[in-house]
Design a protein around this ligand. Structure first.
Ligand code: HEC
Ligand code: HEC
Length: 682
């Protein structure tokens, strides 16, 4: 057992950190406990909590004191403490990437927790703090989101198992298992029709009768679906990478697309979790906001920026910090005036800090921005829960494990009321899900070891072990933990994939590539092939750009092998098979020449070639040559190309086709449709 994990989770009231400058949102409510020191100050004494340092002492880990703000090993400035991973371990079966949002409190108070790492679902009685049932599913099922229906049955989306499983939390019985789609994600119950809706990352939206039986609705909306919400007169589905909120009519048509909040020089991406908001018809989303400015990758810590936080949080010229104040009645925008409509955006805006940050956004049923708040130092905000009285929300920050940053933060949803639970910080642990029960108690689920934290309204803390099975994996840990620059690999590669964002790195466009099934055997890396292998990449990115400590060779090898183990995503079921077959033949034909470059099991010959896709030859490299991208899972990661040129696969044959990129000008419309169908299946 690793020392850093053997130490039990610390749940501490804010008052313990009187010396730390508690961060506050505009409502004047403390939302964090960690006081950022000046970069390189090298000392944490008398300042912020030093839990990270104490848990590392004697661990024999590679680096550093863990002192906040110091950068003892890499020599680069860090803006947050380096995490302490303890001794290195590899799980026998690589754990799946963190997805979050796996806790449910049922109507009669039972807690049901999905465990995607152990393919199990637990039913917990919080009165006695005992596990009533541990329901084993099939290996690789990866249970995720859960929902309760009107009869008290619980339906769980099996992310890996492609199914919806229905459980009786009263008996622990599995009542049904119904195939849904290759990648189920969100689930919701519709009272009026007694249907359970399932949204799939492969694009399907399916409805089943709660009591059992075959699907009664099955729509193909579009790829990247995440959560689904049934609200009066409206079916809402979110998209994960593009962070859009889609409104769906009864025929399965997208009738409106709403945008989440982002300040200037940022765009919203990666809508980790969306739940029903505090007012009827509203949605509450925790998501990322990502930089649209040019980032200097040659400056150590370039991804972390200068610590500054959200616009207005003290650093901008007199701007009012963003806040959600729903109690005041009128919708309030971040600038303190009523938000006039979906396009409302705050100003003035100065954004400093990490190039990926987290935010909470509330939209009303018409898609108007009701409020937004930053989640300061919020790395990997994988889940959000709302207190039953709707006054505050808790956010699980999976990326803040292994150190003193809070793994749970509370954002107040109104100005005047303070809840008892505001004074809460969970540190050291990787929290993957949060919930409130009807009595106002707070619950958090940790990944490894699998535990349920129960924090009563009076802040008494109880910890229940959910499973004795360890899924400890150092590579997985490093990938999912902020390195020192308040950013994790998974911030840009969420769930091992990509954030759908096209960055500007050193003045040129660079879309984040997916790592799902594309890394083993495809070196060199990065679009221009400038990283000769993973260890070069980790040195440049983790230790350099992300302000991480220097990884020792064991840690680097474990991170590499975990990244290489990320499975390829499944193909959607809706592709016309005959068309895909014809497309396959075309793809392999000498006439198109695709396989001269896109060859082998990953569809790449690993060459770096100029196929005419840009006129801009980056300084220092001197040519516009790019790695032949693997085409595994290509349909999951639009926009395509190094610069995000192709919003859809079809665009690859249209506006993004170039003379040097295979022979496509002779293709008929039907040929292009067939090739597109084939690529959708890879
Ligand atoms: C700020 C966002 C961001 C973070 C954080 C980040 N990446 Fe990336 N990743 C990218 C972008 C953008 C590229 C393409 C860069 C380029 O081509 O210059 C990339 C490329 C890669 C590639 C190459 C893929 C290929 O097919 O060539 C790998 C592997 C990778 N990242 C792994 C990681 C790991 C491991 C971490 C953590 C140590 C990490 N990334 C952190 C954005 C990010
Ligand atoms: C001469 C080598 C070569 C040939 C032939 C070739 N490709 Fe490519 N392909 C590339 C390179 C290099 C890129 C990356 C270009 C960029 O990002 O600017 C690319 C990018 C792509 C992408 C985008 C993938 C992503 O992740 O962004 C798709 C899709 C694709 N090619 C399909 C095809 C098809 C279909 C054919 C045959 C009609 C083909 N390619 C022929 C080299 C080739």
């Amino acid at each position: 057992m690793r020392l850093s994990k053997a130490l039990s989770t610390t749940v501490v009231p804010l008052v313990a950190f009187a010396a730390a400058a508690a961060l506050a949102n505009a409502c004047g409510v403390p939302i964090g406990t960690y006081s950022p020191p000046l970069s390189g100050s090298g000392s944490s004494s008398g300042g912020a909590p030093d839990i990270g340092a104490s848990s590392s002492s004697g661990s024999g880990g590679s680096s550093s004191s863990g002192a906040i703000g110091s950068s003892s090993s890499g020599g680069f400035p860090s803006i947050a403490p380096h995490p302490q991973f303890g001794s290195s371990t590899a799980a026998a079966v690589p754990p799946p990437p963190v997805s979050g949002g796996t806790l449910l409190v049922t109507g009669n108070g039972a807690v049901v927790a999905s465990d995607p790492d152990r393919d199990a679902v637990y039913v917990v009685d919080t009165t006695s703090m005992t596990t009533r049932f541990a329901i084993a599913l099939q290996p690789g099922d990866e249970p995720g989101r859960l929902v309760e229906d009107g009869a008290g049955r619980v339906h769980v989306a099996l992310r890996g198992g492609g199914s919806l499983v229905t459980l009786d939390p009263g008996t622990g019985a599995v009542l049904a298992r119904r195939a849904v789609c290759p990648a189920p994600r969100g689930v919701a119950w519709e009272a009026s029709s007694d249907l359970v809706w399932v949204a799939c990352a492969t694009g399907e939206l399916v409805a089943f009768p709660s009591a059992g039986g075959v699907a009664v609705h099955s729509f193909v909306i579009e790829r990247d679906l995440r959560d689904v919400l049934v609200q009066p007169g409206q079916l809402t589905v979110t998209k994960f990478r593009s962070a859009e909120v889609l409104r769906i009519d009864p025929s399965g048509t997208v009738v409106r697309r709403d945008k989440l909040f982002s300040p200037q020089t940022r765009v919203p991406h990666v809508a980790w979790r969306t739940i029903a908001g505090p007012l009827p018809g509203t949605t509450l989303t925790v998501h990322q906001i990502e930089s649209t400015e040019s980032i200097n990758t040659h400056v150590p810590g370039g991804y972390g920026g200068k610590f500054g936080g959200f616009p207005g949080s003290g650093s901008s010229s007199g701007g009012v910090p963003p806040c959600i104040d729903l109690e005041a009645g009128a919708p309030v925008g971040p600038d303190g005036v009523p938000a006039p409509g979906p396009t409302a955006r705050p100003s003035p805006e100065i954004v400093l800090g990490p190039i990926v940050q987290s935010a909470v956004t509330v939209l009303d049923a018409a898609g108007r921005l009701l409020g937004t708040a930053p989640v300061e130092q919020g790395v990997l905000p994988v889940d959000i829960a709302l207190s039953r009285d709707g006054t505050f929300s808790a956010i699980a920050l999976a990326g803040n494990g292994f150190g003193p940053l809070p793994s749970v933060q509370i954002v107040s949803l109104n100005a005047s009321r303070n809840g008892a639970l505001l004074n809460l910080a969970v540190t050291g642990k990787q929290v993957i899900a949060v919930a409130f029960d009807a009595a106002g108690n707070f619950l958090a689920q940790t990944r490894e070891p699998a535990e349920l934290l129960f924090v009563s309204a009076t802040k008494a803390v109880q910890v229940l072990s959910l499973s004795a099975q360890s899924r400890d994996d150092t590579g997985h840990d490093i990938f999912h933990t902020q390195a020192g620059g308040l950013m994790a690999c998974a911030s840009c590669h969420p769930e091992g994939g990509d954030d759908g964002h096209t960055w500007i790195l050193d003045g040129v466009l660079r879309r984040t590539p997916s790592l799902r099934g594309t890394i083993a055997g495809t070196a060199p890396y990065h679009w221009q092939g400038d990283q000769k292998d993973m260890s070069a990449l980790l040195e440049a990115v983790y230790t350099g750009r992300m302000s991480g400590a220097k990884l020792d060779s064991g840690q680097g090898a474990l991170l590499t092998s975990w990244v290489e183990s990320i499975p390829a995503p499944p193909a959607p079921g809706w592709v016309d098979r005959a068309a895909a077959l014809r497309g396959h033949t075309l793809f392999e034909s000498a006439a198109t020449g695709c396989t001269t470059c896109h060859s082998g099991s990953k569809f790449t010959n690993n060459a770096t070639l100029d196929v005419g896709t840009t006129d801009i030859a980056p300084a220092g490299i001197g040519r516009a040559a790019f790695q032949v991208p693997p085409l595994v899972g290509v349909g999951w990661r639009t926009p395509l190309f190094h610069d995000g040129c192709a919003a859809t696969i079809l665009d690859r044959f249209g506006q993004c086709a170039t003379a040097g990129h295979g022979a496509t000008s002779q293709l008929s419309k039907q040929d292009v449709a067939d090739l597109t169908a084939y690529l959708e299946t890879l």
